[in-house]
Design a protein around this ligand. Structure first.
Ligand code: THU
Length: 132
């Protein structure tokens, strides 16, 4: 699966968003090392703090299926601006996917920026700090 196909799946995933409060739909498509894709979308709640981001719905679904190795995640929204993952999603992706994960961030014009997760979360806190 190439980057363009993965992004298309993230755009598709956005249609599953439950976002009546922000009206800000986000979709994510997470590619495993063996070529499977797990989609995610943001799911909001009237108690706003209980909202879950698209990236985390995708990674938690994959984790529960026993996946341990990932290569990339694509993220899409309806915004004209790029949709970078929030800080909490960066932290969770780092823990479960590792710093080499490719993160494809899209904007409304179909443009893409790709980062390694390590670039998005430098000098991070992780298990090394607890056990190092
Ligand atoms: N959101 C995501 O799904 N992913 C992010 O990385 C940033 C924010 C969602 C959460 C909320 O439903 C809406 O976007 C507005 O913050």
């Amino acid at each position: 699966m190439n980057k363009k196909e993965l992004i298309k799946l993230a755009v598709e995933a956005k249609t599953k968003s439950y976002s009546p409060y922000s009206k800000f739909r986000v979709g994510a498509a997470l590619l495993t090392k063996d070529g499977k894709v797990f989609k995610g979308a943001n799911i909001e709640n009237a108690a706003y703090g209980a909202t879950m981001c698209a990236e985390r719905t995708a990674i938690f679904t994959a984790k529960l299926e026993g996946v341990e190795e990932y290569s990339a995640i694509a993220i899409a929204s309806d915004s004209g601006d790029y949709i970078p993952p929030c800080g909490t999603c960066r932290q969770v992706l780092l823990e479960l996917c590792g710093e080499k994960l490719d993160v494809h961030i899209t904007n409304g014009d179909g443009e893409v920026k790709t980062f390694k997760l390590k670039e998005l979360l430098p000098f991070s806190f992780g298990d090394k700090n607890l056990n190092g």
